[in-house]
Design a protein around this ligand. Structure first.
Ligand code: RRO
Length: 314
């Protein structure tokens, strides 16, 4: 368990104990069995799978990820092994002794239901339903359609017995967040992962006078430092809307211990690491733990949970 000096970096989400508050974001180094096992051996507090579809997919044409000093853009297009492979791999990941979060995706409602039913039987500790993939040509992000989200969650909830959460897209208007509250309550959602990448951004290389990724004419999901304020705003907004009662896993711009601390102040219970993990590799977890523990100690907090939601307003 992750106790650094006298600082407790463990956390609990929907009744499941995590040995560290840092974990990989779905999509970051978690597609293949080898990557998932490497996560198991690392200091990640949980193993989160790539979002899975019914059929195995090789994803969009390359280049489909591009990192730059302040962030990243991707249009991976859901490359994954297909849900049946993950249903076999998940029980084998138990040996690493940390929670497993299965990320479930799909193209139509029935895909999500079919996958969730079988994956639930492989006993991950939690299921994260991805309502926010921005990168499949012609497929809108479900999380931007409240009615479609509600229909889907009603069906998926019926077949899931482990704690079920959702990965939401960033919202840019309080009215949209408020509308989602009822949807999430009625859907029996037990935790939130906030946020997915900021969809359909465009990064331009002026030297080459070109886009930097191939799919969709260069449009893709933004991640990393540049999206941190958007992520923090969504964590804070949903923390307040649910009165602090729904656990939130903060994702977006966690590059340092201080970034994680900001997520916790806004109300996050744990954080996921995407762009930083892709760029830096598994060593990022140890560095982040060290940086967060030093900061908490300096500030007089004995644990991650002691600072949760404590953001001051002026
Ligand atoms: O695979 C992807 O292109 C992808 C997915 Br499923 C997602 O949820 N978020 C993202 O930034 N990329």
């Amino acid at each position: 368990m992750s106790r650094r000096g006298s600082i407790d970096l463990t956390t609990t989400v929907a009744g499941v104990r995590f040995p560290s508050c840092f974990m990989n974001a779905a999509g970051a180094r978690c597609v293949t069995r080898e990557e998932l096992e490497a996560l198991g051996r690392s200091r990640t507090g949980a193993i989160v799978t790539k979002s899975m579809t019914v059929e195995p997919r090789s994803g969009n044409p390359e280049p489909r990820y591009y990192g730059f000093p302040t962030g990243s853009i991707n249009s991976m297009g859901l490359p994954n092994l297909g849900y049946l492979a993950y249903a076999r791999i998940i029980p084998e990941l138990r040996k690493f002794g940390k929670p497993i979060i299965a990320s479930v995706a799909g193209f139509v409602e029935e895909d999500f239901v079919k996958i969730a039913r079988v994956i639930n039987e492989s006993r991950p500790d939690l299921i994260e339903v991805n309502l926010s993939c921005p990168n499949v040509p012609g497929e809108p992000q479900i999380g931007y359609d409240a009615q479609a989200s509600e229909r889907l969650l009603a069906k998926v909830r019926k077949v899931v017995s482990v704690p079920m959460g959702v990965k939401l897209p960033p919202y840019f208007d309080p009215a949209h967040q408020e509308k989602m509250v009822g949807v999430l309550e009625r859907g029996g959602v037990e935790f939130l992962s906030l946020i997915n990448s900021v969809g359909n951004g465009l990064v331009v290389d002026p030297d080459r006078e070109s886009v930097v990724i191939k799919p969709k004419g260069g449009f893709g999901g933004l991640g990393g430092s540049i999206i941190k304020p958007v992520a923090l705003a969504n964590v804070r907004a949903f923390w307040k809307l649910f009165g602090g009662r729904l656990p939130i896993i903060g994702t977006g711009g966690v590059c340092s211990g201080s970034d994680a601390f900001e997520h916790f102040l806004c109300g996050a219970t744990a954080v996921q690491v995407g762009t930083t993990l892709v760029e830096e590799g598994m060593g990022a977890f140890e560095r982040l733990e060290h940086e967060l523990a030093s900061l908490l100690e300096k500030k007089g907090y004995a644990s991650v949970l002691a600072c949760r939601g404590k953001l001051k307003e002026l």
